[in-house]
Each structure stands twice: as C-alpha cells, then as structure tokens.
Design a protein around this ligand. Structure first.
Ligand code: OTU
Length: 642
C-alpha cells in the first residue's frame, strides 16, 4: 500500500455504524495501524486463505468491540493514552483461586491482604472449566466459556474483575491455546468422526509421521507423560505434547484460529486485563525441528495481538514461553520484521540465575548471562519471579557457563542435586521433577521457603539457620522486585510457607510432585503476618517494605532501564536502574554466608554519586548513611540512590 492512502472506507463505515462516530473512527484508525501486520502474519500461516480470513476476523473484532461494556471501554481509552500502564511500580501476585480462597467470591474477600503487599496485578491460575479428575492444574480445558463450577460462574468472574478494577488491580487469567482436554466438545465431535472437528486436531493413521517428528521432538514430561503422541482406541494417533488427555490443536486450520480468537475476545469482554497465553512456543509444528518457537507460532501471536489491539486496546497479552533468552525476545515483538506480539513474557532466566547464585554463593554466572541481554522493546516488559507453580528447569546456557569457566552440564547436575537436598551442605528440601531416563536431566519442585533453607532450619530448630534462611528469602525477592519487570509473588511465599507435606494425598496429583509447591494457603499462619517475632511476620514485613520502596521511585518501575554492573566482588550482584524522571538506583545483593565488601568505584560505574543515600535495605542492616568501602552483611541487600 502507498503511504497516505485513506483508511479502509468499508471498515470505517461499518465501525461507525456499530460503534458511533467517536469509537468508530478510533476503531478504523486502529485498523489502519494493524491491517498490514494482520494480513502478513495470517498469510505466513494460511497463505492465500488469509485474504478472506482477515475479513472474517475483523468482523469478529468489531462485534467484540460493540459488545464491550462501558467500564472496559473507559479502561481502553485510558490505556491507549498510556500504553505502558501495566509497567509501573505495581507488584504482582499469583495464586490458585481454590487453594487461596476456595472460590472466586472467596478471592474477593482477601483483597486487603493483597493491598497490603502493594499488589496491582493478580494472576489467577487456570479457572476455566477443566476435565474431571487429572487435569494438569486446570491446563486441560473442557469448556472455554465456562468457569470451573467449583470456583463459581462467569458472573462471579466479572464481579471479581470489577472489584479488582475499583482497587486498581489488573486481573490476569490463563488461556490454554496449544491444546484442549480430550473431553472438550471439539475433541468429542472429532472422536465421533465429524470431519470439521477432526481437522481441529492432528490425527495420524499410524506411527510413520509421529516417529518422524519424534526424532527431533524434546520431551516435556519424560517421566509422567513420555512421548508426544497418544494412540486412540481406533488405533490412530493424536498429537499430545503434554499429557495424553491434552490434545494439541492444529493451528494450520483457519477454523481453529477463528474459534480461539472468539474465546480470547470473549474473555477480554468478561473484564480480564492480561491474558496469559499458555505454552505459546508450541503453536507451530515443523518436521525436523523441536516444534517450538517456529515462525508460525510467532505469526499466530502477532495476528492475535493485532486483533485484540483492534477490539480491546486495553488488553495485554502475556506469552508463557520458558525458552532461552535468544528465543524469548521475539515473543515481545523484537523480530526482524518488528510486528508487535505479546507485551509481557516470563523472565525464567533471572529465576534460574538467582537460585544458582544462592547455591554457589557466587554471582559470576548471573552477572555474565544477565549483562548480555537485549532490553525488552518499549511498551513491553518481563514478569520476574522467585518461584511459580511449575518446576525449576536448570536452564544454564552453555556459552554463559563456558565464558566463566564452568562446565554447563555438571553445573546443571549440581543445581538439581543441591535443591533436591542430595548435596552435602545443602539447606534445600526440594524434590526431583521429571528425571529424564535418557539424558539424566532433572528439574526441581519445591516452595521458595523450603528451597531457601527455612524448612530444614525450622525442623532442626537452628536459630542461626532460620535467620539466614529468612534473609535469603528477602534477598531473592529484593532482586526480583528491583531487576525490571513486574515482580510476581507466588502464593504462600509472602509468609514463607513451606512445601505441602501431603501433596500426593489427592490421587489426581500423586504422579506430579509440582503439587509439593501448590499448597492450600495457610491462613492460620498468615494471621501472624504482622507479628515480627514469627517467620511469617518477618517475610511479610520484608515484602511489604520492598513493595513500598519499589513504588517510591520511577527508577524501579517495571519499564525503567536495567544495567548489570561488573565489579570486583563475585559474591555481590550489582545492577543499576535508570529512568529519565528520577535518580538512578544501584541495587547490591550479597549472595554469601560471610559479610562482603564493595569498593567505592562501583559508584562511578553506577552514576549514583560519591555519597549515595539508602533508598531501602535488608533487615540485616538498616544503616542510613553507609561508609565506604561498603560492608554488606551475609545474605543482605541495599538499594542506593543519589
Ligand atoms: C505450561 O508449562 C504450564 O505452566 C504448566 O503448568 C502446564 O503443565 C503446561 O503448560 C501444559 O499446559 O512445559 O513444564 O515454554 O515450558 O508451556 C512446564 C513453555 C511446561 C513450556 C510450558 C509448560
């Protein structure tokens, strides 16, 4: 198209007729912005069929815009003015609605708890209606248009979103794009032989193609769900990347795109602010590859983004892609072709690096890998976290390890052994997850407090170790709160909750030890959160204070710039945060059982002046005017500013 061509008159007329002059013109202007991206992205996947598909999906977007409730349109307006609205100083929180509060209505009764922590972003784990029995923590959805009846109804969800919005809290909900439960009506129709719905999934008459694909497919759950295909009673095979009851959708079928777009737009209109797109890397499959991060997966996400921008510009898409840093950045739209994609993605690398530094008392690997990263594009950002509902995969990059003289494979083995508690001198009480019988690789399950040594210290009644563990928990959060991105607190971590000793009591959970770290919220323990003589009180107070300090300066906003500073002490992680509206903040985190010294020349590199003041510091040391060389107590941190 030539520059200066007038906006598409047909779309404009239709939009003005449906939405009125103001909103219709705005819709047409947005269409003008996204139409090439939309067409090109769809053409990459659907070829010539993309032309007609664009017409149909733009109509769906217009329908969704017309159905959008007024309070949500108000949010859209405000967020179009400030598209980085979610990248401010807010703190995030993740929980399972049922394990946190029984039901969605129950969640609404605990908003004060969240407000105390400064939460402005609430991620509720999968809440759409799952299959009965084993359902992978809700990631096997039977009906995308219904809430799990045990949690409540769609009306309850809308009501909760409304009360959250009144408090300025954005609601994030999961949408599983890659697969449905085999009990979903599409899958049932496919099983019954309906050709339209058979084309929603990937069936194979025999093992020929599955074998060919499996030559290059890694296994996600090698222990509890080996292989990527499942044989049906009819003898044929269906693609199941995860469990046998999770059938992968065939996104090369435009009907799948339209159906899932409908699901996404309806969720947005129920008042969801952020949609977590589960297993995003898996949407495109190509023979001879690992079937992750393929160009089709990106094109599909770009098309979904173009359409949500069109219909509901206030909606944020978050990619759940637990992949290496080089594969990750494209999910935020940093491609050669620069088409906008998701606005948020998980910073898995930071999490792994923190646990690595904690076990080794050495930040060299963290500083090496975190310093060579490309910043997130403007208007996008990370979610940072100490723990989440999944296991920790020991993703240590070969070249980063090599750069500091570590053997990557033995370091990965060390970390898995350390956190499973198999290593002499380990304070951790985690468990191995998915030991791969072929490669021997192991991942780790466990709550933050148990991995950081609080569980072992309390059991041993070792006061000094309890203190050290509490400091380690605070230290880990200090980095997650200050590194850039929305810091996500994982339910229970705010009170130092330990592993669920009875995680395998429910037969549907028994072969998945990720339930070790998916406990019921211990509200009895949480009642002590204001009592500084308890572990609960100490962790909670630490997180409240971190949230407050974070919110006190634009330099700690999620989208402020981050720079890792290399300095003389390999036990202290140093990074600077910078924002044009505020003084820079230098964050120092001491990963050592011994006090550490930091030389004054780090101040020059950081640009915080020769006599910085303390913005916030660890409970281990509340000195207001530090002397140089700076002495940092064991497992402590300090945030310095001009
Ligand atoms: C996600 O994780 C969820 O977080 C898991 O809880 C689900 O079991 C899974 O999807 C299936 O729905 O492989 O080990 O790059 O790492 O999608 C967890 C993304 C997983 C994958 C991720 C997946």
């Amino acid at each position: 198209m030539s520059p200066g061509r007038p906006p598409d008159a047909r779309v404009r007329d239709a939009a003005v007729a449906r939405l009125g002059l103001l909103e219709g013109e705005a819709f047409a202007a947005r269409f003008d912005l996204v139409r090439h991206d939309l067409h090109d992205a769809l053409a990459l996947v659907y070829g010539e069929a993309a032309g007609d598909l664009v017409g149909r999906v733009v109509t769906s977007a217009l329908d969704a815009a017309a159905e959008r409730a007024e309070p949500l349109r108000v949010l859209d307006r405000v967020r179009e003015v400030d598209p980085s609205w979610f990248l401010d100083g807010r703190v995030g929180y993740i929980c399972y609605a049922d394990r946190f509060a029984g039901t969605l209505a129950g969640v609404g009764t605990h908003l004060d708890h969240l407000a105390e922590l400064g939460v402005g972003y609430l991620h509720l784990m999968p809440l759409l209606e799952p299959r009965e029995g084993e359902n992978d923590g809700g990631y096997a959805v039977k009906d995308y248009d219904a809430v799990d009846p045990r949690l409540g109804s769609m009306d309850d969800l809308e009501r909760l979103a409304g009360s959250l919005h009144e408090r300025g809290i954005a609601l994030c909900v999961d949408l599983v794009l890659n697969h449905t439960a085999r009990e979903h009506e599409w899958a049932r129709a496919a099983l019954a032989g309906d050709p339209h719905h058979r084309a929603f999934y990937r069936f194979f008459p025999d093992r020929e193609l599955p074998d060919a694909y499996e030559r290059t497919l890694p296994e996600v759950f090698p222990d509890m769900a080996p292989g990527s295909f499942t044989q049906l009673e009819t003898g044929e095979w269906v693609w199941t990347t995860f469990h046998e009851f999770q059938w992968d959708l065939d996104w090369t079928n435009p009907d799948v795109f339209e159906a899932m777009l409908g699901v996404l737009l309806r969720l947005g209109n129920h008042g969801i602010d952020v949609v977590r797109l589960d297993a995003a890397p898996f949407l495109g499959k190509r023979m001879g590859t690992d079937c992750q991060n393929q160009p089709e997966a990106h094109a599909l996400l770009q098309a979904l983004r173009a359409l949500t921008r069109l219909a509901m510009p206030g909606l944020v898409l978050k990619a759940e892609a637990i992949v290496g840093p080089d594969q990750l950045l494209p999910y935020l739209g940093a491609h050669d072709h620069e088409r906008p994609e998701c606005q948020l993605a998980y910073d898995n690398q930071l999490m792994v690096m923190l646990w690595s530094a904690l076990a080794t008392r050495d930040v060299s690997l963290a500083a090496q890998s975190l310093s060579r990263r490309t910043p997130a594009p403007v208007g996008t950002g990370w979610v940072t976290y100490v723990r989440c509902h999944d296991d920790i995969g020991w993703a240590v990059g070969d070249s980063d390890a090599g750069a500091i003289g570590l053997d990557p494979e033995s370091h990965r083995r060390f970390l898995a052994a350390f956190y499973a508690g198999d290593h002499r001198g380990s304070f951790s009480r985690g468990m191995d997850f998915q030991v791969d019988p072929v490669s021997g690789s192991r991942r780790t399950s466990g709550m933050t407090a148990s991995l950081a040594g609080l569980e072992s210290a309390l059991v041993a009644g070792d006061e000094a170790q309890v203190t050290a563990a509490l400091l380690r928990i605070e230290l880990l959060h200090s980095v997650v709160y200050s590194f850039g991105g929305i810091p996500l607190v994982y339910m229970g971590d705010e009170i130092g909750q330990r592993n669920d000793a009875h995680w395998d009591a429910d037969p549907a959970h028994a072969d998945d030890n990720r339930w070790l770290h998916r406990p019921l919220m211990n509200w009895e323990a949480a009642a002590h959160r204001h009592d500084p003589s308890t572990p609960e009180g100490q962790v909670f107070e630490a997180l409240v204070a971190l949230g407050r300090a974070r919110g006190s300066t634009d330099s700690l906003r999620s989208d402020a710039a981050t720079r890792v500073v290399k300095h003389g002490n390999h036990r202290v992680l140093a990074h600077v945060r910078e924002h044009p509206r505020a003084s820079p903040v230098l964050c120092l985190a001491c990963f050592s059982d011994e006090p550490q010294t930091v030389e004054p020349w780090v101040l020059d590199a950081a640009g915080v002046g020769a006599h910085p003041t303390v913005l916030h510091s660890s409970r281990a040391d509340r000195t207001a005017a530090p002397e140089w060389p700076l002495r940092l107590p064991a497992w402590s941190f300090v945030w310095l500013t001009r």
